[in-house]
Design a protein around this ligand. Structure first.
Ligand SMILES: Cc1cc2nc3c(=O)[nH]c(=O)nc-3n(C[C@H](O)[C@H](O)[C@H](O)COP(=O)(O)OP(=O)(O)OC[C@H]3O[C@@H](n4cnc5c(N)ncnc54)[C@H](O)[C@@H]3O)c2cc1C
Length: 401
Protein backbone atom coordinates (compact mmCIF):
# COMPACT_ATOMS: atom_id res chain seq x y z
CA UNK A 1 0.00 0.00 0.00
CA UNK A 2 1.31 3.46 -0.81
CA UNK A 3 2.01 5.65 2.20
CA UNK A 4 0.55 8.96 1.15
CA UNK A 5 0.94 11.41 4.00
CA UNK A 6 -1.94 13.62 2.97
CA UNK A 7 -4.35 11.83 0.67
CA UNK A 8 -5.98 13.92 -2.02
CA UNK A 9 -9.35 15.25 -0.98
CA UNK A 10 -12.44 15.25 -3.22
CA UNK A 11 -15.83 16.74 -2.59
CA UNK A 12 -17.40 13.62 -4.10
CA UNK A 13 -16.03 10.14 -4.77
CA UNK A 14 -18.27 8.07 -7.02
CA UNK A 15 -18.09 4.28 -7.07
CA UNK A 16 -19.05 2.91 -10.49
CA UNK A 17 -18.62 4.04 -14.08
CA UNK A 18 -22.04 3.05 -15.40
CA UNK A 19 -24.57 5.63 -16.60
CA UNK A 20 -25.38 6.72 -13.04
CA UNK A 21 -21.73 7.14 -12.04
CA UNK A 22 -21.06 9.08 -15.24
CA UNK A 23 -24.25 11.14 -14.83
CA UNK A 24 -23.49 12.11 -11.25
CA UNK A 25 -19.89 12.92 -12.22
CA UNK A 26 -21.11 15.23 -14.96
CA UNK A 27 -23.70 16.94 -12.75
CA UNK A 28 -21.28 17.28 -9.83
CA UNK A 29 -18.47 18.67 -11.97
CA UNK A 30 -20.95 21.07 -13.58
CA UNK A 31 -21.99 22.20 -10.09
CA UNK A 32 -18.34 23.02 -9.36
CA UNK A 33 -17.48 20.09 -7.07
CA UNK A 34 -14.19 18.18 -7.23
CA UNK A 35 -15.01 14.63 -8.34
CA UNK A 36 -13.27 11.27 -8.55
CA UNK A 37 -14.89 8.26 -10.26
CA UNK A 38 -13.62 4.76 -9.43
CA UNK A 39 -14.56 2.09 -11.97
CA UNK A 40 -13.32 -1.44 -11.35
CA UNK A 41 -13.53 -2.79 -14.92
CA UNK A 42 -14.46 -0.45 -17.79
CA UNK A 43 -17.04 2.25 -18.46
CA UNK A 44 -20.53 0.71 -18.82
CA UNK A 45 -19.12 -2.75 -18.08
CA UNK A 46 -22.21 -3.57 -15.97
CA UNK A 47 -25.88 -3.01 -16.76
CA UNK A 48 -25.24 0.16 -18.74
CA UNK A 49 -24.08 -1.80 -21.80
CA UNK A 50 -26.73 -4.52 -21.44
CA UNK A 51 -29.98 -2.56 -21.52
CA UNK A 52 -32.63 -2.50 -24.26
CA UNK A 53 -30.94 0.74 -25.41
CA UNK A 54 -34.18 2.71 -25.41
CA UNK A 55 -34.46 6.35 -24.42
CA UNK A 56 -38.11 6.26 -23.59
CA UNK A 57 -40.81 7.30 -21.19
CA UNK A 58 -41.81 3.68 -20.65
CA UNK A 59 -45.30 3.37 -22.10
CA UNK A 60 -46.06 0.29 -20.03
CA UNK A 61 -45.33 2.08 -16.73
CA UNK A 62 -48.62 3.92 -17.27
CA UNK A 63 -50.40 0.67 -16.39
CA UNK A 64 -48.84 0.73 -12.93
CA UNK A 65 -49.59 4.48 -12.60
CA UNK A 66 -45.91 5.51 -12.49
CA UNK A 67 -46.83 8.87 -14.03
CA UNK A 68 -43.99 10.89 -12.48
CA UNK A 69 -41.43 8.42 -13.79
CA UNK A 70 -42.92 8.52 -17.29
CA UNK A 71 -43.12 12.34 -17.28
CA UNK A 72 -39.53 12.66 -16.09
CA UNK A 73 -38.25 10.13 -18.65
CA UNK A 74 -40.11 11.87 -21.50
CA UNK A 75 -38.64 15.20 -20.42
CA UNK A 76 -35.15 13.67 -20.38
CA UNK A 77 -35.78 12.07 -23.77
CA UNK A 78 -36.49 15.53 -25.19
CA UNK A 79 -33.25 16.90 -23.71
CA UNK A 80 -31.20 14.00 -25.04
CA UNK A 81 -32.68 14.35 -28.53
CA UNK A 82 -31.56 17.99 -28.42
CA UNK A 83 -28.16 17.58 -26.70
CA UNK A 84 -27.08 14.22 -28.13
CA UNK A 85 -28.56 14.05 -31.64
CA UNK A 86 -25.79 11.71 -32.85
CA UNK A 87 -26.34 9.33 -29.95
CA UNK A 88 -30.11 9.27 -29.50
CA UNK A 89 -32.46 8.84 -32.45
CA UNK A 90 -36.22 9.02 -32.51
CA UNK A 91 -37.68 5.82 -34.01
CA UNK A 92 -41.19 4.70 -34.90
CA UNK A 93 -42.53 2.03 -32.53
CA UNK A 94 -45.26 -0.31 -33.78
CA UNK A 95 -47.85 -1.92 -31.51
CA UNK A 96 -49.71 -4.70 -33.32
CA UNK A 97 -53.05 -5.88 -31.90
CA UNK A 98 -54.42 -9.40 -32.52
CA UNK A 99 -57.55 -11.03 -31.05
CA UNK A 100 -55.45 -12.57 -28.23
CA UNK A 101 -53.57 -9.33 -27.38
CA UNK A 102 -54.39 -8.40 -23.77
CA UNK A 103 -54.40 -4.64 -24.26
CA UNK A 104 -57.39 -3.83 -26.47
CA UNK A 105 -57.29 -1.04 -29.10
CA UNK A 106 -59.17 1.45 -26.88
CA UNK A 107 -56.71 0.80 -24.05
CA UNK A 108 -53.70 1.26 -26.32
CA UNK A 109 -55.22 4.44 -27.78
CA UNK A 110 -55.89 5.84 -24.28
CA UNK A 111 -52.39 4.88 -23.14
CA UNK A 112 -50.81 6.59 -26.14
CA UNK A 113 -52.94 9.71 -25.62
CA UNK A 114 -51.84 9.89 -21.99
CA UNK A 115 -48.22 9.25 -23.04
CA UNK A 116 -48.50 12.14 -25.52
CA UNK A 117 -49.97 14.39 -22.82
CA UNK A 118 -47.20 13.52 -20.36
CA UNK A 119 -44.70 14.26 -23.14
CA UNK A 120 -46.11 17.79 -23.38
CA UNK A 121 -47.98 17.07 -26.63
CA UNK A 122 -44.81 17.89 -28.57
CA UNK A 123 -44.45 16.78 -32.17
CA UNK A 124 -42.39 13.80 -30.92
CA UNK A 125 -45.42 12.65 -28.92
CA UNK A 126 -47.66 12.14 -31.95
CA UNK A 127 -49.16 8.69 -32.57
CA UNK A 128 -51.42 7.20 -35.19
CA UNK A 129 -53.26 4.10 -36.24
CA UNK A 130 -51.57 2.59 -39.32
CA UNK A 131 -53.87 2.20 -42.34
CA UNK A 132 -54.32 -1.44 -43.36
CA UNK A 133 -52.78 -0.78 -46.77
CA UNK A 134 -49.42 -0.03 -45.08
CA UNK A 135 -49.26 -3.22 -43.00
CA UNK A 136 -47.46 -5.25 -45.66
CA UNK A 137 -44.47 -2.88 -45.38
CA UNK A 138 -43.99 -3.82 -41.71
CA UNK A 139 -40.94 -6.10 -41.98
CA UNK A 140 -42.89 -9.34 -42.43
CA UNK A 141 -45.09 -8.87 -39.35
CA UNK A 142 -47.71 -11.64 -39.04
CA UNK A 143 -50.79 -10.30 -40.85
CA UNK A 144 -53.10 -13.20 -40.04
CA UNK A 145 -55.60 -12.04 -37.43
CA UNK A 146 -54.00 -8.60 -37.26
CA UNK A 147 -56.69 -6.20 -36.09
CA UNK A 148 -54.88 -2.90 -35.70
CA UNK A 149 -51.38 -1.43 -35.64
CA UNK A 150 -50.57 1.70 -33.65
CA UNK A 151 -47.46 3.75 -34.28
CA UNK A 152 -45.78 6.17 -31.87
CA UNK A 153 -42.24 7.52 -31.38
CA UNK A 154 -39.53 6.89 -28.82
CA UNK A 155 -35.73 7.00 -28.71
CA UNK A 156 -32.97 4.47 -29.33
CA UNK A 157 -29.32 4.83 -28.34
CA UNK A 158 -26.07 2.97 -27.88
CA UNK A 159 -26.05 2.73 -24.08
CA UNK A 160 -22.29 2.16 -23.71
CA UNK A 161 -21.50 5.02 -26.12
CA UNK A 162 -23.90 7.32 -24.25
CA UNK A 163 -22.24 6.45 -20.92
CA UNK A 164 -18.80 7.16 -22.40
CA UNK A 165 -20.03 10.49 -23.81
CA UNK A 166 -21.45 11.57 -20.45
CA UNK A 167 -18.18 10.63 -18.74
CA UNK A 168 -16.16 12.57 -21.32
CA UNK A 169 -18.38 15.58 -20.63
CA UNK A 170 -17.73 15.15 -16.88
CA UNK A 171 -13.98 14.93 -17.49
CA UNK A 172 -14.04 18.04 -19.65
CA UNK A 173 -15.50 19.83 -16.60
CA UNK A 174 -12.69 18.55 -14.36
CA UNK A 175 -13.94 15.19 -13.03
CA UNK A 176 -11.20 12.58 -12.61
CA UNK A 177 -11.69 8.96 -13.65
CA UNK A 178 -9.54 6.09 -12.39
CA UNK A 179 -10.02 2.82 -14.26
CA UNK A 180 -9.61 0.04 -13.53
CA UNK A 181 -9.83 1.07 -9.90
CA UNK A 182 -11.73 -0.97 -7.35
CA UNK A 183 -13.30 0.66 -4.32
CA UNK A 184 -11.94 -1.38 -1.39
CA UNK A 185 -13.31 0.38 1.68
CA UNK A 186 -14.76 3.55 3.11
CA UNK A 187 -14.09 4.52 6.70
CA UNK A 188 -16.14 7.35 8.12
CA UNK A 189 -13.88 9.85 9.86
CA UNK A 190 -14.19 10.25 13.65
CA UNK A 191 -15.52 13.75 13.18
CA UNK A 192 -18.58 12.69 11.19
CA UNK A 193 -18.78 16.02 9.48
CA UNK A 194 -15.59 15.29 7.59
CA UNK A 195 -16.71 12.43 5.38
CA UNK A 196 -14.77 9.28 4.52
CA UNK A 197 -11.29 7.89 4.02
CA UNK A 198 -11.55 5.90 0.80
CA UNK A 199 -9.26 3.03 0.00
CA UNK A 200 -9.08 1.77 -3.60
CA UNK A 201 -6.94 -0.59 -5.67
CA UNK A 202 -5.39 0.89 -8.80
CA UNK A 203 -2.44 -0.39 -10.83
CA UNK A 204 -2.06 -3.29 -8.40
CA UNK A 205 -1.62 -0.92 -5.47
CA UNK A 206 -3.92 0.15 -2.68
CA UNK A 207 -4.23 3.91 -2.44
CA UNK A 208 -6.13 6.39 -0.30
CA UNK A 209 -8.12 9.53 -0.85
CA UNK A 210 -10.61 11.52 1.17
CA UNK A 211 -14.23 12.12 0.22
CA UNK A 212 -16.56 14.61 1.79
CA UNK A 213 -19.33 12.53 0.25
CA UNK A 214 -19.41 9.08 -1.39
CA UNK A 215 -21.93 8.22 -4.06
CA UNK A 216 -22.39 4.51 -4.47
CA UNK A 217 -23.40 4.03 -8.11
CA UNK A 218 -22.32 0.41 -8.30
CA UNK A 219 -25.63 -0.85 -9.73
CA UNK A 220 -26.00 -4.57 -8.99
CA UNK A 221 -22.87 -4.40 -6.81
CA UNK A 222 -24.31 -1.63 -4.59
CA UNK A 223 -24.87 -3.82 -1.57
CA UNK A 224 -21.39 -5.34 -1.96
CA UNK A 225 -20.00 -1.81 -1.87
CA UNK A 226 -22.05 -1.04 1.26
CA UNK A 227 -20.48 -4.12 2.94
CA UNK A 228 -17.15 -2.34 2.57
CA UNK A 229 -18.25 0.74 4.53
CA UNK A 230 -17.60 1.23 8.21
CA UNK A 231 -19.27 1.81 10.52
CA UNK A 232 -21.81 -0.62 9.07
CA UNK A 233 -24.57 0.84 6.87
CA UNK A 234 -27.97 -0.81 6.52
CA UNK A 235 -28.68 -2.18 3.07
CA UNK A 236 -32.04 -2.11 1.36
CA UNK A 237 -33.46 -5.50 0.44
CA UNK A 238 -33.21 -5.71 -3.33
CA UNK A 239 -33.70 -8.38 -5.95
CA UNK A 240 -31.39 -8.62 -8.91
CA UNK A 241 -33.57 -9.41 -11.92
CA UNK A 242 -31.79 -10.51 -15.04
CA UNK A 243 -32.92 -9.42 -18.48
CA UNK A 244 -31.61 -11.17 -21.58
CA UNK A 245 -31.41 -10.00 -25.18
CA UNK A 246 -30.53 -12.01 -28.25
CA UNK A 247 -29.08 -10.67 -31.50
CA UNK A 248 -29.76 -12.56 -34.69
CA UNK A 249 -28.92 -12.19 -38.36
CA UNK A 250 -31.63 -10.35 -40.23
CA UNK A 251 -32.84 -6.84 -40.65
CA UNK A 252 -35.89 -4.79 -39.91
CA UNK A 253 -36.04 -1.38 -41.47
CA UNK A 254 -39.28 0.25 -40.38
CA UNK A 255 -38.70 0.72 -36.67
CA UNK A 256 -39.15 -1.08 -33.37
CA UNK A 257 -41.94 -3.58 -32.67
CA UNK A 258 -43.50 -3.67 -29.23
CA UNK A 259 -45.14 -7.08 -28.92
CA UNK A 260 -46.71 -9.18 -26.20
CA UNK A 261 -44.88 -12.47 -25.52
CA UNK A 262 -47.39 -15.25 -26.27
CA UNK A 263 -46.20 -17.26 -23.24
CA UNK A 264 -46.89 -14.75 -20.46
CA UNK A 265 -48.09 -11.52 -22.12
CA UNK A 266 -45.01 -9.53 -21.08
CA UNK A 267 -43.83 -6.71 -23.35
CA UNK A 268 -40.96 -7.68 -25.64
CA UNK A 269 -39.17 -5.42 -28.13
CA UNK A 270 -38.00 -6.53 -31.57
CA UNK A 271 -35.61 -3.89 -32.84
CA UNK A 272 -32.94 -3.14 -35.40
CA UNK A 273 -29.49 -3.09 -33.87
CA UNK A 274 -26.24 -2.52 -35.78
CA UNK A 275 -27.58 -4.07 -39.02
CA UNK A 276 -28.99 -7.02 -37.12
CA UNK A 277 -32.10 -7.83 -35.11
CA UNK A 278 -32.22 -7.57 -31.34
CA UNK A 279 -34.99 -9.10 -29.23
CA UNK A 280 -35.48 -8.55 -25.51
CA UNK A 281 -36.07 -8.86 -22.74
CA UNK A 282 -36.80 -11.36 -19.98
CA UNK A 283 -37.16 -11.17 -16.20
CA UNK A 284 -35.51 -13.87 -14.12
CA UNK A 285 -34.54 -13.48 -10.46
CA UNK A 286 -30.74 -13.77 -10.11
CA UNK A 287 -28.85 -14.80 -6.98
CA UNK A 288 -25.23 -15.08 -8.11
CA UNK A 289 -22.22 -12.83 -8.58
CA UNK A 290 -23.27 -9.83 -10.75
CA UNK A 291 -20.10 -10.24 -12.81
CA UNK A 292 -21.20 -13.72 -13.89
CA UNK A 293 -24.73 -13.06 -15.11
CA UNK A 294 -25.35 -14.85 -18.42
CA UNK A 295 -28.36 -15.63 -20.62
CA UNK A 296 -30.20 -18.87 -19.77
CA UNK A 297 -31.26 -21.36 -22.46
CA UNK A 298 -34.89 -20.94 -21.31
CA UNK A 299 -34.67 -17.15 -21.86
CA UNK A 300 -33.16 -17.59 -25.30
CA UNK A 301 -35.91 -19.96 -26.34
CA UNK A 302 -38.61 -17.60 -24.89
CA UNK A 303 -37.26 -14.77 -27.06
CA UNK A 304 -36.93 -16.98 -30.18
CA UNK A 305 -40.53 -18.17 -29.72
CA UNK A 306 -41.78 -14.60 -29.34
CA UNK A 307 -39.96 -13.50 -32.49
CA UNK A 308 -41.26 -16.51 -34.46
CA UNK A 309 -44.82 -15.88 -33.25
CA UNK A 310 -44.91 -12.38 -34.77
CA UNK A 311 -42.45 -12.72 -37.66
CA UNK A 312 -43.16 -15.93 -39.59
CA UNK A 313 -39.91 -15.61 -41.59
CA UNK A 314 -38.11 -16.44 -38.33
CA UNK A 315 -40.18 -19.54 -37.50
CA UNK A 316 -37.29 -21.91 -38.06
CA UNK A 317 -34.75 -19.94 -36.12
CA UNK A 318 -32.21 -22.05 -34.24
CA UNK A 319 -29.00 -21.56 -32.28
CA UNK A 320 -26.85 -21.08 -35.36
CA UNK A 321 -28.87 -17.98 -36.30
CA UNK A 322 -28.07 -16.36 -32.97
CA UNK A 323 -25.12 -14.02 -33.39
CA UNK A 324 -24.79 -13.07 -29.73
CA UNK A 325 -26.66 -12.83 -26.46
CA UNK A 326 -26.23 -10.71 -23.35
CA UNK A 327 -27.85 -10.32 -19.95
CA UNK A 328 -28.04 -7.35 -17.59
CA UNK A 329 -29.30 -6.97 -14.04
CA UNK A 330 -32.11 -4.71 -12.85
CA UNK A 331 -31.99 -3.70 -9.18
CA UNK A 332 -35.58 -3.80 -7.96
CA UNK A 333 -37.06 -3.48 -4.45
CA UNK A 334 -37.68 -6.92 -2.96
CA UNK A 335 -41.35 -7.84 -3.00
CA UNK A 336 -43.65 -10.72 -3.65
CA UNK A 337 -44.98 -9.20 -6.89
CA UNK A 338 -43.75 -10.13 -10.36
CA UNK A 339 -40.63 -8.24 -11.44
CA UNK A 340 -42.63 -6.84 -14.35
CA UNK A 341 -45.02 -4.91 -12.10
CA UNK A 342 -42.50 -3.56 -9.56
CA UNK A 343 -41.79 0.19 -9.45
CA UNK A 344 -38.86 1.39 -11.55
CA UNK A 345 -38.26 4.60 -9.59
CA UNK A 346 -34.76 5.34 -8.38
CA UNK A 347 -34.19 5.05 -4.63
CA UNK A 348 -31.55 7.08 -2.75
CA UNK A 349 -30.43 5.37 0.44
CA UNK A 350 -28.12 7.10 2.95
CA UNK A 351 -25.69 6.06 5.68
CA UNK A 352 -26.97 8.34 8.41
CA UNK A 353 -30.24 10.17 8.47
CA UNK A 354 -29.00 13.30 10.26
CA UNK A 355 -25.64 13.79 8.64
CA UNK A 356 -25.45 11.63 5.56
CA UNK A 357 -22.06 11.40 3.89
CA UNK A 358 -22.86 8.49 1.60
CA UNK A 359 -25.77 7.90 -0.76
CA UNK A 360 -26.52 4.73 -2.71
CA UNK A 361 -28.45 4.80 -5.97
CA UNK A 362 -30.69 1.76 -6.30
CA UNK A 363 -32.50 1.01 -9.56
CA UNK A 364 -33.26 3.70 -12.09
CA UNK A 365 -33.43 4.16 -15.84
CA UNK A 366 -30.76 4.85 -18.41
CA UNK A 367 -33.09 7.50 -19.86
CA UNK A 368 -33.40 9.45 -16.59
CA UNK A 369 -29.72 9.42 -15.56
CA UNK A 370 -29.36 13.23 -15.78
CA UNK A 371 -32.49 13.98 -13.77
CA UNK A 372 -31.48 11.34 -11.21
CA UNK A 373 -28.05 12.95 -10.81
CA UNK A 374 -29.56 16.42 -10.51
CA UNK A 375 -32.08 15.27 -7.89
CA UNK A 376 -29.43 13.48 -5.88
CA UNK A 377 -27.11 16.49 -5.76
CA UNK A 378 -29.99 18.77 -4.88
CA UNK A 379 -31.06 16.49 -2.02
CA UNK A 380 -27.56 16.44 -0.48
CA UNK A 381 -26.44 20.00 -1.32
CA UNK A 382 -26.37 21.01 2.36
CA UNK A 383 -23.90 18.19 3.07
CA UNK A 384 -21.46 19.56 0.49
CA UNK A 385 -19.29 22.67 0.52
CA UNK A 386 -20.53 25.75 -1.36
CA UNK A 387 -19.15 25.78 -4.91
CA UNK A 388 -19.81 27.91 -7.97
CA UNK A 389 -21.56 26.12 -10.83
CA UNK A 390 -19.63 26.10 -14.10
CA UNK A 391 -22.17 24.51 -16.45
CA UNK A 392 -25.76 23.30 -16.77
CA UNK A 393 -26.28 19.64 -17.70
CA UNK A 394 -29.58 20.54 -19.39
CA UNK A 395 -27.66 22.20 -22.19
CA UNK A 396 -24.31 20.38 -22.35
CA UNK A 397 -23.81 18.68 -25.72
CA UNK A 398 -22.96 14.97 -25.78
CA UNK A 399 -21.05 13.64 -28.75
CA UNK A 400 -19.83 10.22 -29.83
CA UNK A 401 -16.06 9.76 -29.83
C1 LIG B 1 -32.30 -5.89 -19.25
C2 LIG B 1 -32.38 -4.42 -18.97
C3 LIG B 1 -32.91 -3.56 -19.92
C4 LIG B 1 -32.99 -2.21 -19.66
N1 LIG B 1 -33.45 -1.39 -20.64
C5 LIG B 1 -33.50 -0.05 -20.42
C6 LIG B 1 -33.91 0.80 -21.47
O1 LIG B 1 -34.16 0.38 -22.59
N2 LIG B 1 -34.00 2.14 -21.20
C7 LIG B 1 -33.71 2.63 -19.96
O2 LIG B 1 -33.86 3.84 -19.78
N3 LIG B 1 -33.26 1.85 -18.95
C8 LIG B 1 -33.13 0.51 -19.16
N4 LIG B 1 -32.67 -0.31 -18.18
C9 LIG B 1 -32.21 0.28 -16.91
C10 LIG B 1 -30.76 0.81 -17.06
O3 LIG B 1 -30.04 0.03 -17.96
C11 LIG B 1 -30.07 0.80 -15.70
O4 LIG B 1 -30.86 1.50 -14.77
C12 LIG B 1 -28.72 1.47 -15.73
O5 LIG B 1 -27.91 1.00 -16.78
C13 LIG B 1 -28.02 1.23 -14.39
O6 LIG B 1 -26.80 1.89 -14.42
P1 LIG B 1 -25.86 1.97 -13.14
O7 LIG B 1 -24.82 2.97 -13.44
O8 LIG B 1 -26.69 2.15 -11.92
O9 LIG B 1 -25.25 0.48 -12.98
P2 LIG B 1 -24.15 -0.25 -13.87
O10 LIG B 1 -24.21 0.12 -15.28
O11 LIG B 1 -24.25 -1.71 -13.55
O12 LIG B 1 -22.77 0.34 -13.30
C14 LIG B 1 -22.22 -0.05 -12.07
C15 LIG B 1 -20.71 0.00 -12.22
O13 LIG B 1 -20.11 -0.11 -10.94
C16 LIG B 1 -18.88 -0.78 -11.09
N5 LIG B 1 -18.47 -1.28 -9.77
C17 LIG B 1 -19.09 -2.21 -9.02
N6 LIG B 1 -18.41 -2.44 -7.87
C18 LIG B 1 -17.32 -1.60 -7.89
C19 LIG B 1 -16.24 -1.36 -7.00
N7 LIG B 1 -16.10 -2.02 -5.83
N8 LIG B 1 -15.29 -0.45 -7.36
C20 LIG B 1 -15.39 0.24 -8.53
N9 LIG B 1 -16.40 0.03 -9.43
C21 LIG B 1 -17.37 -0.87 -9.10
C22 LIG B 1 -19.22 -1.88 -12.10
O14 LIG B 1 -18.05 -2.37 -12.73
C23 LIG B 1 -20.15 -1.16 -13.05
O15 LIG B 1 -19.47 -0.63 -14.19
C24 LIG B 1 -32.56 -1.70 -18.42
C25 LIG B 1 -32.01 -2.55 -17.45
C26 LIG B 1 -31.92 -3.90 -17.74
C27 LIG B 1 -31.29 -4.81 -16.73
Amino acid sequence: MSTLLSPKQFDIVIVGGGIHGAGVAQAAAAAGYSVLVLEQTALAAGTSSRSSKLIHGGLRYLESAQFNLVRECLHERALLLKNAPDLVKLKPFYLPIYPETTRRPWQVRSGLALYAALGGLSSDARFKQMPKRDWSALDGLELRGLEKVFCYYDGQTDDAALTAAVMRSAQSLGAELLMPAEFVSGLRKPNHDDGYIVRYRHNGEEQLCEARFIINAAGPWSNQVLSRISPTVNKLAMDLVQGTHIIIDGQITQGIYYVEAPQDKRAVFVMPWQDKLMIGTTETIYHGDPAKVAPLPSEISYLCQTLAHYFPAHRNIDNKDIVSTFAGLRVLPKSMGSAFSRPRDTIFHVDNRDLPRLATIYGGKLTAYRATAERLLHQFRDMLPKRKAVADTRTLPLTPE
